[in-house]
Design a protein around this ligand. Structure first.
Ligand code: ADP
Ligand code: MG
Length: 350
């Protein structure tokens, strides 16, 4: 049953919705877990987003209610679930409408990351007086990525691994100037031992680390009992399961810097190249044709190479082949790319 819907939410005194509490509007998307619509609250006139779940709404409800309590700023504001009728199982999940843009959409704009810049900094620019170029871009991208890492780090601290981190699943709230995680239906909860893994579940191979890619094709069907389910799925057998999301975050950072990697075909070709060369990002870079080092990609490499390759080193540490060497989201937050120059130097300078 729906632990959250029937037990936790009433205990917390939260309202139970029915679908009649909303006027359902345009379709926003359709993925493996359901169809997503815009909606308006009948009582308050506020904007909401509703997801009509297919079979696996339970995992998404569980993850959202856990994270909404543990780290509400890390995810799109979760409001609850709604049944078709008062006492029916919830088929709909309800969030506040956070904004019209995902990171994916923002990245597809030629002006990225300057299209986000005015929302992120009090003065409207990343660095006062700095002309557009790799230094300013690095500051903007480091700020965006710092927010993403903060969200991941908070989720991991509560024992939740998201497993579907990618630009499409990061929504931008322009009012707060914050990026937040959405689409939590593929998450696993290590603390409570929940790992809803539908049999046709396929991890997005464009964003999963090399070992996950192998794992996803070998994962046996989960055993039927909850105890066995908690003990045996592949994710728990791996060390450092949070490093799953680290890899996806690393790919996302590379895409933010290098426009060519934003297209599906080029991303797939990039992953294939890594697979062939033993997962060496350095070798991939060394073998790139010269056109990658001019124009927008060239500037992207300049972004990654600012401050003694701070961004490039971070990408490499997030995308290490072996989990043991791969940086955690929390570790990455303290990298030079996110923190900037050692603040002690700043104090000595002044
Ligand atoms: P799926 O990928 O399974 O279709 P998502 O949860 O990723 O489902 O939602 C689909 C799309 O709906 C997102 O890419 C985003 O554009 C939009 N969306 C989802 N949640 C919100 C939200 N809280 N606020 C605004 N837009 C949202
Ligand atoms: Mg999605």
């Amino acid at each position: 049953g729906f632990v959250d819907y029937y037990i936790l939410r009433p205990l917390l005194g939260q309202k139970r919705y029915t679908i009649d509490d909303f006027v359902v509007g345009d379709k926003l998307g359709e993925g493996g877990f359901g169809v997503v619509y815009r909606a308006t609250g009948v009582a308050d006139g506020e904007k909401y987003v509703l997801k009509q779940c297919k079979d696996y709404g339970e995992a998404e409800i569980w993850t959202n209610s856990r994270l909404q309590r543990a780290c509400p700023n890390a995810i799109a504001s979760y409001c609850g679930a709604a049944g078709q009728e008062e006492e029916e199982d919830p088929l709909w999940i309800v969030w506040k409408f956070e904004g019209s843009d995902t990171l994916f959409k923002l990245m597809n704009d030629k002006d990225f990351p300057y299209n986000v810049e005015p929302y992120l900094f009090k003065s409207g620019v990343a660095i006062d007086g700095e002309p557009k170029g790799s230094k300013r871009k690095a500051k903007i991208i480091s700020t965006i990525f710092g927010q993403i890492l903060e969200n991941l780090s908070a989720a991991h601290a509560t024992g939740i691994i998201l497993r579907d981190v990618k630009p499409e699943n990061i929504i931008f709230d322009p009012i707060k100037g914050k990026f937040k995680l959405i689409d939590l239906g593929a998450a696993a909860d290590l603390r409570f031992g929940f790992n809803y893994q539908p049999k046709e579940f396929i991890l997005d191979p464009r964003f999963s680390g090399p070992e996950e890619y192998i794992m996803s094709t070998q994962t046996p069907e989960p055993p039927p009992t909850p105890v066995a389910l908690a003990l045996s799925p592949a994710l728990w057998q791996l060390n450092l399961p949070d490093r799953f999301d680290s890899y996806s975050a690393g790919v996302t950072l590379l895409q933010m810097c290098l426009p060519t990697l934003r297209s599906d075909n080029n991303l797939i070709a990039f992953r294939k190249k890594l697979e062939e060369n033993g997962e060496s990002l350095s070798q991939w870079r060394q073998e790139l044709p010269p056109r990658w080092f001019s124009g927008a990609d060239g500037e992207g490499f300049d972004v990654l190479d600012q401050d003694d390759r701070a961004g490039w080193e971070l990408c490499k540490s997030l995308m290490f082949k072996t989990r043991e060497k791969r940086s955690s989201a929390t570790g990455a937050r303290f990298s030079r790319f996110i923190q900037g120059r050692n603040p002690v130097v700043g104090i000595l300078d002044s």
